[in-house]
Design a protein around this ligand. Structure first.
Ligand code: GLN
Length: 484
């Protein structure tokens, strides 16, 4: 059996039918990780004992003939900015190199309720800042499709782990594209739910008004299954909402009733022509099957990246301020040759050494943006642009059911190609950041390859229409797969 390509539903069936035990499955994955992850570097830490114990518990229940949840006994991987009690949570930063999480994130609690098996924590860009996983303090992750290339980021370890067959599914986080872009680069499915659909409690905050946890999976059904398990209102996250979600599994969507918008602004300069071809081909196939395709305008998209790079660093600087080498984080006090230095020196040395270059860049940028005199000129203005971006989408969704676009303007690039030019790196999020600015749900599914590399197709839905979006994505996935 090829366990590497197993989906959640397939694995669940095998477990229920007792064709394999969860312990066997878990061992298979650990075996694969040990064999191949030295090269790929998808994982920062493994939790073998805990995972095997969880697997055996599920096996015992199956042996007794008890019914099990869909995710029970199924091995998964968790991005290293999501807290698992007793496990390291470094967020791929030297700052948190020795930090052991004292509690479970709400999403982890929910996975535990389902008796999921957690194999370990995955690599990422430091504090989720980046688009290639090259900003990890613990070395980059390689794209399993082509080891010369980045897996995308910041959830690059999670996407690589799913693609490499190191786990059945993974959790990532998305602040400006960090689930969708790596999923696109690795050829898997990545779903960023509506802001507020999933509790962020226990997610190490990057930019709290944009961050959202979501699944990286092998297909849309699995994304829906994980979403069902981890969503919900939580008293520890006041931005999480209470909602009766519609059912995903029954009543598939009728393609002839679906209207999909193609934003003119997303198909202009900067978009690789082969990527464009692949996306346009997918759109054509949907049209042929009966979907109504219309051009739409999102005029403020042009300012999305600029506004994102004001709002996000402002929040980053505030969120990371606690990592000062005194209350939290890598500290230079203990190692000091001088005994207790002055406070400023402690901050300077601890933060200077603990944070990598990209984190320092954004903290400085954010601190500047929030300083007196600049706050209104930059931050307040960017917030106004954010509102206009949301209004663009509101207008569009009065007309269409979903919006379709590329996930990123290029396929996975080579290591080092963009590290010396932050702006070119930031541009790989040009089609994804608006979605976070507007708080919308969006999913990346594989389209036809370009240059023999995966291309991600993005579908964006209206606020809290996550289930409708997933159904549309499922339909698109089926059509594109059949016709590739
Ligand atoms: N790549 C984007 C950035 O660097 C998005 C990161 C994310 O979504 N966490 O900010």
């Amino acid at each position: 059996m090829n366990f590497k390509n197993l989906t959640i539903k397939e694995a669940h069936k095998l477990l229920e039918n007792r064709e394999i035990t969860s312990a066997e499955l878990t061992e298979e994955f650990f075996g694969e990780i040990k064999k191949r992850d030295k090269e790929i570097n998808a994982f920062l830490s493994l939790a073998e004992n805990e995972a095997m114990a969880a697997a055996k518990k599920v096996d015992a229940r199956i042996a007794k003939g008890e019914p099990i949840e869909l995710l029970a006994g199924i091995p998964s991987a968790i991005k290293d900015n999501i807290l698992i009690r007793g496990a390291k949570a470094t967020a791929a930063s030297k700052m948190l190199e020795n930090y052991i999480a004292p509690y479970d994130a709400t999403v982890i609690e929910k996975l535990r309720e389902e008796e999921a098996v957690l194999l370990g924590k995955t690599n990422m860009d430091e504090f989720a800042m980046g688009s290639s996983t090259e900003n990890s303090a613990f070395g980059p992750t390689k794209n399993p499709v082509d080891l010369q290339r980045v897996p995308g980021g910041s959830s690059g370890g999670s996407a690589a782990a799913v693609k490499a067959g190191f786990c059945v599914y993974a959790l990532g986080s998305d602040t400006g594209g960090s689930i969708r872009q790596p999923a696109g680069f690795c050829g898997v499915v990545g779903f960023k739910p509506t802001y507020g659909a999933i509790s962020r409690h226990g997610l190490i905050a990057m930019a709290a008004s944009l961050d959202q946890i979501g699944p990286i999976t092998k297909n849309v059904d699995d994304a829906a299954a994980v979403f069902e398990a981890i969503r919900g209102n939580d008293k520890f996250d006041s931005t999480s909402v209470k909602k009766d979600w519609p059912d995903y599994w029954n009543e598939p969507i009728d393609i002839e009733e679906i209207k999909i918008g193609v934003p003119r602004e997303y198909f202009t300069h900067g978009l690789d022509s082969e990527v464009e071809k692949s996306v346009r081909e997918a759109i054509l196939k949907l049209e042929k099957e009966g979907a109504k395709i219309v051009d739409i305008d999102l005029p403020y998209s042009e300012w999305a990246l600029a506004a994102y790079y004001i709002i996000m660093p402002a929040e980053v600087s505030a969120n990371l301020a606690r990592l000062d080498g005194i209350r939290y984080g890598y500290s230079k006090i203990k190692n000091s040759e001088f005994g207790l230095q002055n406070l400023f020196d402690v901050y300077l040395k601890s933060r200077g050494e603990g944070f990598g270059a990209e984190a320092r860049r954004r903290i400085m940028l954010g601190t500047y943006i929030l300083s007196a005199g600049y706050y209104d000129a930059y931050y307040t203005r960017a917030q106004k642009v954010r509102r206009l971006i949301k209004q663009d989408f509101d207008r569009a969704f009065r007309e269409v059911d979903a919006i379709i676009s590329p996930v990123s303007p290029t396929v996975a690039f080579k290591f080092g190609e963009k590290t010396h030019d932050p702006l070119s790196m930031y541009l790989s999020d040009i089609y994804t950041v608006s979605v976070n600015m507007a708080g919308l749900p969006a999913i990346s599914i594989p389209a036809k390859e370009a240059y023999n590399l995966p291309v991600g197709l993005q579908l964006i839905g209206d606020s809290f229409e996550d289930i409708k979006l997933l159904k549309i994505a499922k339909m698109a996935e089926t059509i594109i797969k059949e016709k590739i």
